[in-house]
Design a protein around this ligand. Sequence first.
Ligand code: FES
Length: 177
Amino acid sequence: MTSDQPTNETPCCQQQQRRTFLARLSIALSAVIGVIIALPGIGFVLAPVFRKPKQKWRKVGKLEDFKVGGFVLVQYEDSSSVPWAGITAKEGAWIRRASETEFIAFSINCRHLGCPVRWVDDPRLFMCPCHGGVYYEDGTVAAGPPPEPLQRLNVRINNGQVEIESGPTPLTLTKIT
Ligand code: FES
């Protein structure tokens, strides 16, 4: 070997090796920082897939506030709401006191595409303003595009308060074509 040949110990090779090492180190550090930044976002997106939907009983009024007869609209908080959800945490239901001890409640959301349905006392039907969906007072479909009856909600009387079991809003079964 002649002394003109560059070896690993010559200054030019050492500089080259240092540059390669620093380039790899900077790529590795960038990757680590990228993962640290992305993790909360990935967790936020994937968490609902793994989280079990919460069911909670929500007070909707005193027992004596409900007269036996037609449906009244009540509002309550979504069981899965987060502190920053604001107005989007509100859910609605149509509730009817069928007898002294029996209540019937339906989710306000139409089973077609989720618009809020409206109770009309005469002719005792739920009407959907979006595409003309109509439901009978037992929640079954009378006319229009809804593929399913209105979602029935559990109701209980607890210490003189009427409570609705709040759960996730049902997904529509309508196939979008
Ligand atoms: S959303 Fe109610 S009929 Fe379409």
